[in-house]
Design a protein around this ligand. Structure first.
Ligand SMILES: [Mg+2]
Length: 208
């Protein structure tokens, strides 16, 4: 029986694409007006909607100067416009078990999105993994949650959209994984389950 479900936020609870135009306007402008990267503007924009800034800056060879400028922008940013979870979000509230939210990103920005969606009371604990001020990883947070609550590894499920992030962190600890792959983006990903949304997710676990 599963006792704890650990959720990712970005592209798991809501679609980053629904807010990215407003959210990234200043950052995209900064990058477009700079030549201090590898030139693949479309690739950079796409990856910024999926992965932590620091990793994207590294991958696309941002200069130290550009990396710092983008970092300062994001570190001070909050998102104050409309933001909504996926329409089937309520399904997860019907699933028995403790809910945790673990997300990587800038603290101020991640909290503004969580509060904007008014979902902060739906989770027993919320953890922001912010690489800009801590070396703690998602794996560390998962391990800490399991230890503090005394769960057996077999009682925990991690659900997220990124095979390289929460999915691999969970796998390193032997936690069951569910990949949210709405557009069959990762057909090769080695996961325990894959779903296109939370209705499917609830069906997987509601009677276990
Ligand atoms: Mg995500």
């Amino acid at each position: 029986m599963k006792k704890a479900f650990i959720y990712d936020l970005d592209n798991t609870i809501y679609a980053v694409s629904s807010i990215s135009k407003i959210l990234f306007a200043d950052l995209f402008a900064l990058i477009e007006n700079s030549t201090e990267h590898d030139g693949n503007i479309e690739g950079i924009k796409l990856e910024l909607q999926r992965r932590p800034y620091q990793l994207v800056a590294k991958e696309f060879c941002f200069s130290e100067n550009l990396t710092g400028a983008g970092f300062d922008l994001l570190n001070n940013m909050s998102y104050d416009d409309a933001i909504h979870p996926f329409p089937d979000y309520n399904e997860i509230l019907l699933l028995e078990g403790d809910r945790f939210l673990v997300t990587t990103g800038f603290s101020k920005l991640q909290w503004s999105k969580i509060r904007g969606m008014k979902i902060e009371h739906d989770f027993l604990e919320i953890h922001i993994v912010d690489p800009s001020n801590s070396i703690r990883t998602k794996r560390d947070v998962f391990a800490d949650i399991i230890a503090r609550h005394g769960y057996d590894i077999s009682e925990v499920v991690v659900i997220g959209d990124d095979p390289k992030s929460e999915i691999s962190a969970a796998q390193e600890l032997g936690i069951e994984t569910v990949l949210v792959d709405k557009t069959s983006q990762f057909p090769e990903a080695d996961v325990d389950h894959r779903v296109t949304g939370f209705s499917e997710f609830r069906l997987l676990y509601q009677n276990l």
